[in-house]
Design a protein around this ligand. Structure first.
Ligand SMILES: C[S@@+](CC[C@H](N)C(=O)[O-])C[C@H]1O[C@@H](n2cnc3c(N)ncnc32)[C@H](O)[C@@H]1O
Length: 240
C-alpha cells in the first residue's frame, strides 16, 4: 500500500501552488465543472434529501460548485491533507451541513472511515495518486457507500493506451498551457515540469481509462461510461 504522508500533497507549499494554478494545469477546467453541474442536475438534484461525498476535496471547489446549484444538501469532504481541508473549510464557510474528514484513501480502503451512504460520490484529480490495485479497492468502497441508484463520478487524468496517442495528448496539454502561460506571464519550462510530474511514479499513478471503466463494471456499477475526454483529462463514472 502506498502512503499519503510520503506524497507531494503532504507538503503545504505544493498544495498552495496547485490551488493557485489549477485553471492552467487542468485542461478545460471550467467546462468540466459545467458538465459536472449538468450531471448533478440531471441525475441527482431530483432526490428529496441529498447526501454527497467529495473524495480528495482539495480546497473544496467541486463541492462548492454543487452547493451553488443546491445549498440545502449535506456534504462530506475528505482529504489526506490538513492544509487542503483548512482551505475547503474556509471556502465553504457559511454553508450548512458540511462535514470534513482528514483521511487518506489508503485509510478509507483499510479502515471503516466512511460512515453512512450517499446519493453522489464525486472525486476530482485525486484518485490517480493510487495504484490500479488501490483504485479498484477504493471503487469497491465507493460502491458499498452509495445508495441504490446513487452515482459515482470521477474527473481524473488517465494514461494514454499507446505511445503515439500519449505524444498527441501531451501536445494538446502543452498547447492549452502555452496559451495561458502567455496571459499569466509564467516563467520557465512550465509544461516540461508538470508533464513529468504527471507520470512520476512516486506520486502520480495514472492508469488507462479502459482499465478503470472495466474495474467499475466488474464491481457492479451500471451505466458506466466516459462522460467527457480531452487528451489525458477525463470524466467517467457509473451508477449503483
Ligand atoms: C490535484 S488536487 C485536487 C483537489 C480538488 N479535488 C480539485 O479538483 O481541485 C488532489 C487532492 O487529492 C488529495 N490526495 C492526494 N492523494 C491522496 C490520498 N492518497 N488520500 C487522500 N487524499 C489525497 C490531495 O491532498 C489534494 O487535495
Amino acid at each position: 500500500m502506498t502512503e499519503f504522508n510520503k506524497s507531494k500533497w503532504a507538503k503545504a507549499e505544493f498544495s498552495q501552488e496547485y490551488v493557485e494554478n489549477s485553471d492552467i494545469y487542468v485542461v478545460e477546467r471550467r467546462r468540466l465543472l459545467e458538465i459536472l453541474r449538468s450531471f448533478y442536475n440531471h441525475f441527482i438534484n431530483n432526490k428529496p434529501k441529498i447526501n454527497i461525498l467529495d473524495l480528495g476535496c482539495g480546497d473544496g471547489i467541486i463541492t462548492h460548485e454543487l452547493l451553488k446549484v443546491n445549498n440545502s444538501m449535506s456534504t462530506t469532504l475528505i482529504d489526506g491533507s490538513e492544509n487542503m481541508l483548512n482551505k475547503a473549510k474556509k471556502r465553504l464557510n457559511g454553508f450548512n451541513h458540511t462535514h470534513f474528514i482528514k483521511a487518506s484513501f489508503q485509510e478509507i480502503i483499510d479502515k471503516n472511515i466512511i460512515q453512512g451512504n450517499f446519493d453522489f460520490i464525486v472525486s476530482s484529480l485525486a484518485i490517480h495518486h493510487l495504484t490500479m490495485y488501490e483504485k479498484k479497492a477504493l471503487f469497491r468502497s465507493i460502491y458499498s457507500h452509495l445508495d441504490t441508484d446513487g452515482y459515482f463520478l470521477n474527473i481524473d487524468v488517465v494514461l494514454a493506451p499507446t505511445e503515439a496517442l500519449e505524444r498527441w495528448y501531451l501536445l494538446l496539454w502543452k498547447e492549452w498551457i502555452d496559451e495561458r502561460k502567455a496571459v499569466l506571464k509564467i516563467e520557465g519550462n512550465y509544461f516540461n515540469e508538470i508533464s513529468q510530474k504527471y507520470k512520476d511514479p512516486v506520486n502520480d499513478k495514472p492508469d488507462i481509462l479502459d482499465t478503470q471503466i472495466g474495474a467499475l463494471k466488474s464491481i457492479g456499477f451500471k451505466d458506466v461510461d466516459c462522460f467527457y475526454k480531452y487528451g489525458i483529462f477525463t470524466m467517467y463514472g457509473g451508477k449503483k
